[in-house]
Design a protein around this ligand. Sequence first.
Ligand code: HEM
Length: 156
Amino acid sequence: MEPAPSLAPVAALLGTWRGEGAGSYPTIEDFTYTDEVVFTDVGKPFLHYVQRSWSADGSPMHTETGYLRIPGAGTAELILAQPMGQTELAEGTVVAEADSLVLEFQARVANSATAKQVDATRRRYELTGDRLVTTFAMAAVGQPMTHHLHSDMRRV
Ligand code: HEM
């Protein structure tokens, strides 16, 4: 089944991506992780998105899930649930060219009463051939917008 027409610009993301990542933030120790992202077509005008990560010893680290929508030409939305008590409403742009795809988002964040405070996030996904590179920054726990994550994945 073909994805919905609105998803044509991001159809190249469909499938499973896996690779290595590294993270930092001014308030924590640097770390590395294995990252996996899966985009699935469910037959509706959005892709389901799930991310999982593991430490070097195989222990689960972060996971998040949500939906990728392409509401209009050149625009993209990623609606995300975070297990640490946040939801992210990430809005931005999609630029699809012959051999590359770039998605950039800035998110408003809602925090539960018990969550560590995350005020805003920025995400970038760059697909070139079978390589997907992600970066993530956040304004959180009193820090201004600062880099937290970078991962470099291949299609599996
Ligand atoms: C691959 C994905 C991610 C990994 C591997 C990861 C890993 C980590 C690690 C190891 C820490 C320090 C220890 C801890 O508090 O658990 C941390 C802290 C934190 N992360 Fe992430 N993280 C990821 C994604 C995210 C995302 C998407 C957000 C926000 C939406 C986020 C927000 C935070 C916050 C608020 C802290 C606490 C900082 C502090 O207490 O000073 N992380 N993360």
